[in-house]
Design a protein around this ligand. Structure first.
Ligand code: AQP
Length: 336
């Protein structure tokens, strides 16, 4: 077996404001990984344009996602931070993977079905092949571990399928087997308006999500208005199974306080939502307030953010270029 170096790759789309879902499901978990892995974190702007993005808003959101990562504890001295469009290996390898992946595999992707909805015929081709680009993001660096929220599990399985098929089609042992890292107490943060829908940047309802840029007042308002049921809070996690909204708020509380959901249930057993929501709002403000403040400060230093992204792109390019050159060799592209 070829030994692969332990390398992390993960990304966030600059398709809107960073949400509490992006933070708890992904970015928060990345911080500790910087100590044990070689870490590469990407603002995936190529992915973002699979749905329409206003150009100026996209530029701003790209800096804002970078600012959010840094404000949450991603250290540019320890990790590579860059935006995807600046390293051409992503798009090039994605094309090769478009030719490796099968239509049948992509037809099973639930994210495409959810995002395209009934308007499948009018969805961009980019949205359809999104998972091929995601496989390219990861494998352009031969990353071995990918920390993501639970919603990305299926795409990571596809990444493994693509890597395996590439290796077997060409009779090589080139791409590693990628391991998803899905952990924390809130691997799937749900909408504050609907406990069965994922909290998402692009949800038309502002009240469905907490943004990392929200003010204290806004966070308090959104938590207060969060949909719940009329029962008191239960003493154990099992009793939350048929109560999606209550379960979601408990998960968020646990993840923000670095506790287990069971502990939160034990503290609030028999209590109503008013007291719980008030504590949850305070906790959210306590944890997110300093991140928001730092993001605002960083956003006023655009040239600092651009320098980090530029330097990160150079480093990422240095890692990806030899891998892509080897892929060209394997595939049989003539270098005249
Ligand atoms: N609700 C969530 N709960 C847990 N994790 C989440 N993630 C996203 N939403 C949740 C994780 O955040 C990382 C970055 O996600 P993304 O921006 O690349 O794409 P996404 O999953 O499509 O996120 P959004 O917020 O729903 O964006 P839009 O609305 O633009 O599609 C990933 O690791 C993801 O798992």
């Amino acid at each position: 077996m070829t030994a692969f170096k332990q390398r992390i790759f993960s990304g966030v789309q600059p398709s809107g404001n960073l949400t509490l879902g992006n933070y708890l499901g992904a970015i928060k978990n990345w911080v500790g990984l910087q100590e044990t892995f070689e870490t590469i974190f990407c603002v995936v702007d190529l992915h973002a344009i699979t749905t329409w993005q206003d150009p100026e808003t996209l530029r701003n959101a790209t800096r804002e996602v970078a600012a959010g990562m840094i404000a949450s504890g991603i250290d540019p001295k320890k990790s590579i931070i860059f935006n995807q469009s600046q390293v051409s290996a992503h798009a090039e390898l994605a094309w090769i993977f478009n030719c490796v992946a099968r239509m049948g595999w992509l037809n099973r992707m639930t994210q495409f079905k959810e995002k395209a909805g009934k308007n499948r015929e009018r969805a961009s081709v980019g949205l359809y092949v999104y998972p091929d680009l995601m496989a390219a993001d990861i494998l352009a660096y031969k990353a071995t571990h990918v920390p993501v929220g639970a919603d990305q599990k299926q795409h990571l399985e596809l990444t493994r399928d693509i890597a395996q098929k590439f290796n077997s089609d060409y009779g090589v042992e080139f791409f590693p087997e990628v391991e998803p890292l899905i952990f924390g107490e809130a691997t799937r943060v749900m909408s504050l308006r609907d406990g069965n829908a994922k909290m998402s940047k692009s949800d038309p309802s502002e009240n469905s999500r907490i943004n990392l840029t929200d003010t204290r007042d806004l966070i308090e308002k959104k938590v207060r208005k969060a949909r719940t049921d009329s029962e008191a809070l239960p003493g154990s996690v099992e009793d939350l199974n048929d109560r999606p909204e209550a379960k979601n708020l408990m998960n968020i509380f646990a993840a923000l306080s670095d506790k287990k959901v069971d502990e939160i249930c034990a503290s609030y057993e028999g209590k109503g939502f008013a007291e719980f929501k008030s504590d949850l709002a305070d906790l959210s403000v306590e944890i997110l307030g300093p991140i928001t403040e730092e993001m605002t400060r960083l956003m006023s230093e655009k040239s600092y953010l651009d320098d980090i992204l530029r330097e990160g792109s150079h480093k990422a390019d240095e890692l990806a270029t030899p891998i892509l050159t080897a892929v060209h060799e394997i595939v049989g592209f003539l270098r005249p």
